[in-house]
Design a protein around this ligand. Sequence first.
Ligand SMILES: NC(=O)c1ccc[n+]([C@@H]2O[C@H](COP(=O)([O-])OP(=O)(O)OC[C@H]3O[C@@H](n4cnc5c(N)ncnc54)[C@H](O)[C@@H]3O)[C@@H](O)[C@H]2O)c1
Ligand SMILES: O=P(O)(O)OC[C@H](O)CO
Length: 376
Amino acid sequence: MAPINNNVQINNNEHPPKYKVTIVGSGNWGSVASKLIASNTLKLSSFHDEVKMWVFEETLPSGEKLTDVINQTNENVKYLPGIKLGRNVVADPDLVNAVRDANMLVFVTPHQFMEGICKKLIGNIRSDAQAISLIKGMEVKKEGPCMISTLISQQLGVNCCVLMGANIANEIAVEKFSEATVGYRGNREIAENWVQLFSTSYFMVSACQDVEGVELCGTLKNVVAIAAGFVDGLDMGNNTKAAIMRIGLREMKGLSKLLFSSVKDSTFFESCGVADLITTCLGGRNRKCAEAFAKNGGKRSFDELEAEMLQGQKLQGVSTAKEVYEVLKHKGWLEMFPLFTTVHEICTGRLPPTAIVEYSEHKPKFPVAVSPTTFQ
Ligand SMILES: NC(=O)c1ccc[n+]([C@@H]2O[C@H](COP(=O)([O-])OP(=O)(O)OC[C@H]3O[C@@H](n4cnc5c(N)ncnc54)[C@H](O)[C@@H]3O)[C@@H](O)[C@H]2O)c1
Ligand SMILES: O=P(O)(O)OC[C@H](O)CO
């Protein structure tokens, strides 16, 4: 494991020295993040104007490479059609080349690809680099859960903040007002740099000294979004959906605090907490695919629905439900988290979608298991 650099320094020979930003990822949110950042680097004198964006290369139906089209049209025609990213965004399909000069690294890929990406980056980033993760998800190791910011931090030896919030990318792309939370540990100055880089008149960012709490909110809400989608697919109405969101929030808070005693109650009232839970259960991709899954009685797999409905975009909730289930099973906590447990069992076909609100042998205490004495 590399030692972590916690200092804010700009280690180059420019006078005055400037930060250089690279965005690792170019999906739906990655592209919107590049638009936000590129508008700010043009305005802020402490940043280089140019923003690099690493693109996982693919060939479009036209036969052209996605990277070439982004650089020619200034638009990510596959993942964010119709939105100009900013002329100062330069797409690069070569990961190592894209990060070579950067000392501010923004990670925003689906979480399942991050381990491979980190492996390729070891030894290839600047010694003064800082990172931020916009990724909602976790890895599960033999030792237990590993948050993506921890993976980045440990593999690359960098300080890694997180940015999470009620952030449906397509809405921010058309500049509708939203908020977000930067989670950090230690040095507030580093967090302030990130706040400055992302904030615009329509994107209000605040900092919160609770990196684990912020990241777990963003990660676990995707499991609750799947449950909300089941409720929609079964036409169960608003009261049921509100109940699922309430129980989900309790489980998010309960599990976060069991995993990290440092997690603060107040974090759940930030944009990354209750606000993200609401937006994701109303309008997110996880909700949408889970609704279709329930409408089909669980007969069409999530992989099939994702491919058909999202055109290359990736769901995080189904794999996160599996990862959460593994953690709960390993710790002997399955019965304490009936909603999380049931979501995974429905996704894998062990239970029907209707089980989301039914009492059964498999979950004898649902939803009363979530009693005040179970966890704070
Ligand atoms: N889209 C949103 O509204 C939104 C908002 C907030 C947070 N997020 C989070 O941001 C993260 C990234 O999501 P997104 O919406 O930008 O992506 P996306 O789901 O729109 O796109 C998938 C991306 O994965 C890339 N990809 C496919 N195979 C790959 C591989 N083998 N290796 C590396 N990359 C590969 C694709 O090229 C594409 O860029 C996720 O954790 C998501 O939860 C998304
Ligand atoms: O579309 P989803 O379900 O991946 O959710 C998107 C964002 O995380 C909402 O903040």
